[in-house]
Design a protein around this ligand. Structure first.
Ligand code: HEM
Ligand code: HEM
Ligand SMILES: [Fe+2]
Length: 450
């Protein structure tokens, strides 16, 4: 590792994996309630609280991973140390404490109960999040201003500033429920189908340069195209959430057209990643990191592109809106695009941060397959549930609870997929954090033995 200040990333990666584990525990609890509704007494832990902790933990660990990834790659890209490693550490602890207070609060019934998923944090926590974001942006912007500016740093900063700016709409809660929903999507949709995509593309580009040794110039041209497409389709694509909330009818046309184009940037990312691997000659010893990077491109395309396209046209969404199909898409898209990019970066960076050769490759590769196939199994189960639900409830007009009764088997299958995901995560954590037995040759020239 070339720059001492990259070490702060380690803290963020530990934090991210801790909260990822918390997310999975609450996912398992939620899935258990689905198949055995009385297994967890409602008075002790209601389903809405389980769900809230599951989705909030998801966002927190993904952001923590983005922060860590940024702190890891900025010194190498800008060719200078971080502006303030101290501020970066302080920011980490503030963020972690805010997240813990929020979770404990949820358990005791404190949340901003505005009916806005993902934005349930009480107002003081939201203010804390803004302070954390400002500390982060200040630190990163100063680092970039002092050092070399690359396309990767530009796009990453643009994305990160966008993440913070759109979060401000979390503070705007109009009384009118139509306007309320309109602006809620400015956070939720414009994050995952807008600015987060820029963050993902920048981190992926960094990993591909390191892992394949391909020329920076080639990557940069692609990045511009991907980012242009993401913004061109993603901004008006917000319309695919405006079909049934009370907005004017023209949104059905706008949302369908731009929503249908939204898979394009994800497709470009797949083509880009594989052509970089073909062009680059380097045979990097961390094969697992390359597998995660390519896997991320492919699974993001499937989850966001294919599963997203499937329900983005208003004529289809009329039947699938808010069914289990939405949850199927939500799981595969979030996992493929944003969980996997973080897992790729952690796989790449952790051995360097710990001063070891890339150990436990085989175990890491196993965890890749088990975790990914577990999420695929969950997605397929929820897709089955979603199709059943759309047909019986929306098509034939059967009553909601009667239909739920007929979906029990799918819910058991989802729980099965969840158990597989849990196993995959445990293997991943062992592979990345527990020192493995490296081959003697590696051990001799590892920094730890010098
Ligand atoms: C990585 C990127 C993406 C992520 C993480 C993501 C995640 C999600 C999530 C969590 C929801 C549920 C929101 C809620 O109602 O609470 C959702 C809804 C939706 N997504 Fe995505 N999505 C992504 C990309 C896309 C793309 C590219 C498309 C279109 C091609 C798309 C189309 C939709 C549609 C139409 C809905 C509304 C479903 C409904 O009416 O119930 N998504 N997405
Ligand atoms: C052990 C594995 C997991 C299980 C059992 C699980 C289970 C669940 C359950 C029961 C819900 C609530 C669904 C509802 O309200 O009807 C949920 C929601 C959600 N989970 Fe998971 N989950 C798991 C892993 C994950 C992972 C790895 C991700 C993403 C990286 C994820 C992302 C989400 C999202 C985005 C939602 C909200 C979906 C929506 O609003 O449509 N989950 N999950
Ligand atoms: Fe969307």
């Amino acid at each position: 590792m070339k720059y001492q200040s990259q070490q702060v990333a380690k803290l963020y990666f530990y934090g991210a994996m801790l909260i990822f584990s918390l997310q999975i525990v609450f996912g398992l609890l939620g899935a258990t309630v689905y198949v055995a509704p009385t297994s967890i007494p409602v008075g002790l832990l209601p389903f809405n609280v389980i769900r809230m902790i599951h989705t909030n933990a998801l966002i927190v660990w993904l952001l923590m991973g983005f922060f860590g990834s940024t702190y890891f790659l900025l010194p190498e890209e800008t060719e200078n140390e971080l502006y303030s490693p101290f501020l970066a550490k302080l920011q980490f602890w503030l963020f972690l404490i805010a997240a813990v207070i929020a979770v404990v609060g949820y358990l005791f019934g404190y949340s901003a109960n505005e009916g806005r998923s993902y934005l349930e944090q009480p107002i003081v926590i939201k203010i804390g999040i803004v302070i954390v974001a400002l500390m982060f942006l200040f630190n990163c912007t100063m680092t970039v201003l002092r050092g070399r500016k690359t396309v990767i740093t530009n796009i990453l900063l643009l994305g990160l500033w966008g993440v913070a700016i759109f979060f401000l709409f979390a503070f705007y809660v109009p009384d009118n429920v139509v306007i309320d929903k309109m602006f809620w999507w400015w956070v939720v949709h414009l994050w995952v189908e807008g600015v987060w995509e820029l963050v993902m593309a920048a981190i992926l580009a960094f990993l591909l340069i390191k892992l394949t040794g391909v020329d920076r110039e080639i990557i940069e041209k692609w990045l511009y195209v991907i980012v242009g497409l993401a913004l061109f389709t993603g901004i008006l694509g917000t319309g695919h959430h405006y079909y049934w909330i009370g907005t004017p009818k023209y949104w059905q046309g706008i949302g369908s057209i731009f929503g249908a184009l939204e898979p394009l940037p994800f497709l470009m990312i797949v083509v880009f990643s594989f052509s970089m691997v073909r062009k680059g000659g380097r045979d990097h010893p961390n094969r697992a990191a390359l597998l995660w990077s390519l896997g991320c491109a492919v699974m993001a395309f499937l989850g966001a592109g294919v599963w997203g396209f499937a329900h983005t046209l208003s004529v289809v969404n009329f039947y699938t809106h808010g069914t289990q199909f939405t949850a199927a898409h939500g799981h595969l898209a979030f996992y493929g695009a944003y969980a996997m990019i973080n897992l790729a970066m952690i796989t790449y960076a952790m051995p360097q941060l710990l001063g070891r050769p890339p150990y436990n490759q085989t175990l890491n590769i196993w965890s890749f397959w088990i975790l990914t196939l577990g999420v695929v199994a969950m997605t397929l189960a929820l897709t089955g549930a979603g199709i059943t639900q759309s047909y019986l409830e929306r098509g034939l007009g059967e009553a909601y609870m009667d239909v739920q009764q007929q979906m029990t088997l799918w819910y058991w299958a989802r729980l099965g997929g969840g158990v597989m995901v849990t196993l995959g995560l445990v293997l991943y954590l062992i592979a990345v954090f527990v020192p493995g037995r490296a081959p003697i040759s590696n051990r001799l020239d590892s920094p730890a033995t010098k």
